[in-house]
Design a protein around this ligand. Structure first.
Ligand code: KIV
Ligand code: NA
Length: 267
């Protein structure tokens, strides 16, 4: 798959095949997810999911470049998109270009994603006109947690709703090839989707978006507490705990390693 093919996947909200995106942070995860996805996102959510950080704010360029390279190694089909970490792009289009170019050169990923609407439109245009496809991200933008004061859904007031739709339009006009809409009242996600020509990818948004994304570990049930917009498809946390308990018991009663796991001289 390629960025132009993704860009062409606008639906009408009811018919047309929605884009499937999941996060991936490791090579093996990418291998397992790749065939099922149109896009793999190396999200800066890896700060919390992999590194146990309190937010995405402390995530570094090194972390993003290294995990993106691992994901590219495990991916054959899906378009790999890398999140630009907080502080690597906001100051100017030039700063953003340098950071984005470094991420793509070090990882082999196809595109970057950055957070923000109208304020980032010039930057999105600057990058897309210079060979770097950009995915936008509006609504609940986690890197702005210190400004927003938390992770509550956006678009509950008329002013906020108008701003979100305006942000999506500005990114669309600037040349974003797709736009993530996160954590907004459904009617706003639908309005923003209808207002732009680029496909929108929802998370806590609406089934009428042109695609959907989830954090893979949330989908798998790695965490006890997840946002309302997550559907837990499995309970991987319980499986891991059960497996560790079985192994620990076997070690403690000396039933592991067994005959099959030990070497003997050839007879
Ligand atoms: O970092 C991330 O995982 C994301 C998705 C939730 C859209 O930005
Ligand atoms: Na992100």
């Amino acid at each position: 798959l390629t960025v132009p093919k993704i860009r062409a996947r606008k639906t009408d909200g009811a018919t047309g095949e929605p884009l499937v995106m999941l996060t991936a942070y490791t090579a093996r995860q990418a291998q397992l997810l790749d065939a099922h996805c149109d896009l793999l996102l190396v999200g800066d959510s890896l700060g919390q999911v992999i590194y146990g950080l309190p937010s995405t704010i402390p995530v570094t360029m090194e972390m993003m470049a290294n995990h993106a390279a691992a994901v590219v190694r495990g991916s054959y089909h899906a378009v790999v998109v890398v999140d630009m970490p907080f502080g690597s792009y906001e100051r100017s289009p030039e700063q953003a270009f340098d950071s984005a170019a470094r991420l793509l050169k070090e990882s082999g990923a196809a595109a970057v994603k950055l957070e923000g609407g109208e304020a980032m439109a010039d930057t999105v245009a600057f990058l897309s006109q210079r060979g770097i496809p950009v995915m936008g991200h509006v609504g609940l933008t986690p890197q702005a947690v210190n400004v927003l004061g938390g992770y509550a859904a956006r678009g509950r007031s008329d002013a906020e709703a108008e701003k979100i739709v305006g942000d999506a339009k500005a990114l669309d006009a600037a040349g974003a090839f797709a736009i993530v809409i996160e954590g907004v009242v459904e009617s706003i996600a639908v309005a923003a989707t209808k207002a732009v020509s680029a496909p929108t990818i929802g998370i806590g948004a609406s089934a009428q978006c042109d695609g959907q994304v989830l954090v893979t570990e949330d989908m798998l049930g790695m965490f006890e507490r997840v946002p309302r917009f997550v559907k837990k498809y499995e309970d991987i946390a319980a499986l891991i705990e059960r497996t560790a308990a079985s192994y620990a018991e076997d070690v403690r009663n000396r039933s592991f390693p067994g005959e099959d796991q030990t070497y003997q001289p050839k007879s």
